[in-house]
Design a protein around this ligand. Structure first.
Ligand code: NAD
Length: 486
């Protein structure tokens, strides 16, 4: 451990504590490539302690009036808001994302998640079904008990709270495991929970690696449901553990999202900015990023020239600098993976129109993991570059002719998370949206999020839906009660 390394802790039974095995993992700052913190390398013993504390806390939390639960969630949100700069700086430092993105997206959205589900706790209701005058049914929606929330590194606190908030709002108690690559804001979050007066054991945060802490959590006999966001490979491993135990499961996984640009699209400066953002936001490390741009043939060359020019103008820089558009990718291993994909694209016959190289910065970022935003054309839809999730600043361009062609190309992967369609033809936009095998379709926009809408993917992108009422339903068990009236 470096002299100035920050030591993170688990949050179990209301207290910050060291892992029982005393082991820690190095945490790197992607912009510098240097270790700056250490987080617990927890194992089954820590998970068991967390699940035990949660089970103890469950009866009081489940029966607490919803308004009181809501007030506690709001208080945590207030504390994050009051400590905004600390959270923003930490998220940027931990993940390599531009400070401006953490300030405009990640942390405000974490606050919004808490406030949204605080309100949902007080609004949640269930159905009744009358059978004439003979009988009436009503549905009791009861919390499940101890639930597991597992999140990835790309939007650390944003996705962590997206799971925790509805779970708690619905009256469950939680054992949560953030990504071991970006654990920092989860640790700050634990401190906010303590300061807000969240009762001990209601939320427990255990840091550690997937094969150790993660697997111990999903396999723990006390867990009633698992809400997971991460890669499709890990999702499959978790499903294999959960299925024989008949656990409720929500899986939000990878994507290979198409962006369909029709010849009649409205090429305003704002729309151009959104398309570029949809490809390269957070270095392309957002599950919703459009990594396959499908362009209608009559405008293909003109679009390509303008797009490449805009991409080349993006500034790759120290994420802490205000003008930074593209920060560092999250880790050395991920850097190698993305660079490997660029090499593969070249091997497959792709033509690199811009980028394709690592970027070496000076000064404190000399050892950082930076990759130039990369645009590639000339690849078949079936090649690995167009099939596998790269999850970095790399996109491909492919021309299409008509709706059938566009839909066939868009649907030609095993994923189905998100798509965007750019056209001024409203009828066509609706027709094509209905034909895309995708959980979310944006028309003339990207990543506009209303937290009430169902969020999730189809095929290898996901099982189940998060967001709004869907999340509240996932985190409760419906029980039908039928009363004879005559
Ligand atoms: P990952 O699957 O490697 O890890 C995600 C989490 O699962 C981490 O906390 C990890 O420690 C844990 N984990 C790993 N193996 C485990 C196991 N066997 N049992 C239990 N837990 C385990 O994913 P990542 O690399 O952190 O994140 C990137 C991926 O997440 C991309 O594929 C991206 O598309 C996806 N993602 C999806 C969404 C969505 O909403 N669909 C959102 C963000 C990211």
């Amino acid at each position: 451990m470096g002299a100035n390394s920050i030591l993170l802790a688990n949050y179990v039974d209301g207290r910050l504590c060291a892992p029982r095995n005393g082991r820690y993992l190095d945490i790197f700052e992607p912009a510098t490539g240097q270790v700056y913190a250490q987080c617990p390398d927890s194992d089954a013993a820590d998970i068991d302690a967390a699940a035990t504390a949660a089970r103890r806390a469950f009866p009081a939390w489940a029966t607490m009036p919803a308004g009181d639960r809501a007030r506690l969630l709001d208080r945590i949100a207030d504390l994050i808001e009051a400590r905004l700069d600390e959270f923003v700086t930490a998220e940027s430092r931990d993940s390599g994302k531009p400070l401006a993105l953490a300030r405009s997206l990640d942390i405000p959205r974490a606050i919004a998640n808490l406030r949204f589900f605080a309100a949902a706790a007080t609004q949640f209701s269930s159905e009744s079904h009358a059978m004439g005058n003979e009988a009436i049914n009503y549905t009791l929606r009861q919390p499940l008990g101890v639930v597991a929330c597992i999140s990835p590194w790309n939007l650390p606190l944003y996705l962590f709270t997206w799971k925790i908030a509805p779970a708690l709002a619905a009256g469950n108690v939680v054992v949560a495991k953030p990504s071991e690559i970006t654990p920092f804001t989860a640790w700050l979050f634990a401190r906010a929970c303590i300061d807000a007066g969240l009762p001990p054991g209601v939320l427990n945060i255990v840091h550690g690696r997937g094969p150790d802490a993660g697997q111990a959590l999903t396999g723990h006999p006390g867990i009633k449901a698992i809400s997971f966001t991460g890669s499709t490979r890990t999702g499959a491993a978790i499903a294999a553990v959960a299925a024989p135990k008949f656990r409720k499961l929500s899986l939000e996984m990878g994507g290979k999202n198409p962006t369909l640009v029709y010849a009649d699209w409205d090429a305003t400066a704002a729309n151009w900015a959104t398309i570029v953002r949809s490809a390269f936001s957070n270095q392309g490390q957002i599950c919703l990023c459009g990594s396959r741009l499908l362009i209608q043939r009559p405008i293909y060359e003109k679009f390509k020239a303008a797009f490449v020019e805009k991409v080349q103008a993006l500034r790759v820089d120290d994420p802490q600098e205000s003008g930074c558009d593209i920060g560092a990718v999250v880790s050395g291993a991920h850097f190698d993976k993305v660079m490997g994909h660029i090499a593969l694209a070249r091997d497959e016959g792709g033509k690199v129109l811009c980028g394709g190289n690592a970027v070496k910065l000076d000064g404190r970022c000399a050892g950082g993991w930076f990759i130039a935003p990369t645009v590639i054309e000339g690849l078949d839809v079936r090649c690995r570059t167009n099939q596998e999730e790269i999850f970095g600043p790399v996109v491909t361009l492919t021309p299409f002719d008509d709706d059938d062609d566009a839909v066939a190309l868009a649907n030609a992967t095993e994923y189905g998370l998100a798509a965007s369609i750019w056209t001024t033809g409203l009828a066509r936009a609706h027709r094509v949206a209905a034909r895309l095998e995708s959980g979310i379709v944006w028309i003339n926009c990207w990543m506009r999020r209303d937290l009430r809408t169902p969020f999730g993917g189809v095929r290898n992108s996901g099982v189940g839906r998060e967001g709004g009422i869907e999340a509240m339903r996932f985190f409760t068990e419906p029980k039908n009660i039928c009363i004879q009236l005559d």
